[in-house]
Design a protein around this ligand. Structure first.
Ligand code: COA
Length: 172
């Protein structure tokens, strides 16, 4: 398993890293402010332990995004392994709490995680997929210099049914 130090990324304003149990206060404050679900300290503990297990199994890497100066929790970025053997292929997902959006945090944090994905997780191909309606997500992918590869038909399950996805990729 990769050590947590290798999974720590920094950028001018941010620190992206796997969660620690001591992050509960920062995480919970942001989650409550964004009116998301805070299941309490115990559920955060389960999340941290589950993430640890997923990393150990090389299935998924979850990064909390924290402000370097204030330690505010801003959002979360995930790398999910799609196929490791031969292809070294994964998906990148990002989410910023509603009250911190449009400040460039997704672009900055995801750039740091993309580097970790290629350099430390040894991933060859990292893709981001989103419906064409998700303009903010498309702008993030473009800012990361991911290349548009095409449309994956009827790929995303949404309330209105299976929706086409735009596919952006970073290949090293
Ligand atoms: C997508 C998301 C992560 C972007 O986070 P963010 O921190 O606001 O993103 P950034 O500030 O780094 O950049 C967003 C860009 O999109 C633009 N933008 C935001 N909302 C927009 C909209 N409705 N239409 C067009 N552009 C939009 C911003 O102006 C900014 O543009 P810029 O590159 O010209 O500066 C955030 O909106 C989010 O969490 N959405 C819900 C989860 C989600 O959709 N995740 C992606 C799944 S594929």
């Amino acid at each position: 398993m990769k050590s947590n130090n290798q999974l720590n990324g920094v950028s001018p304003r941010l620190c992206v890293r796997p969660y620690k149990l001591s992050d509960y206060k920062s995480w919970s404050t942001a989650v409550i402010r964004a009116c998301e679900v805070d299941g309490g300290k115990d559920s955060f503990r389960k999340k941290v332990l589950k993430n640890r297990q997923l990393r150990k199994e090389d299935r998924s890497y979850v990064f909390g995004i924290f402000h370097k100066k204030t330690n505010e929790h801003l959002g979360e970025i995930e790398i999910n392994i799609i196929v490791r053997r031969n292809f070294r292929w994964a998906n990148l997902g990002y989410e910023i709490h509603s009250h911190y959006r449009n400040k460039g945090f997704a672009k900055e944090g995801a750039a740091a995680v993309l580097e970790i994905g290629h350099n430390f997780l040894d991933l060859h191909r990292i893709e981001a997929v989103m419906p064409a309606s998700n303009k903010a997500s498309i702008k993030v992918a473009r800012a990361l210099k991911m290349k548009k590869e095409g449309i994956r038909r009827r790929f995303i399950p949404m309330s209105e049914g299976w929706t086409d996805a735009m596919v952006f990729v970073s290949v090293r």
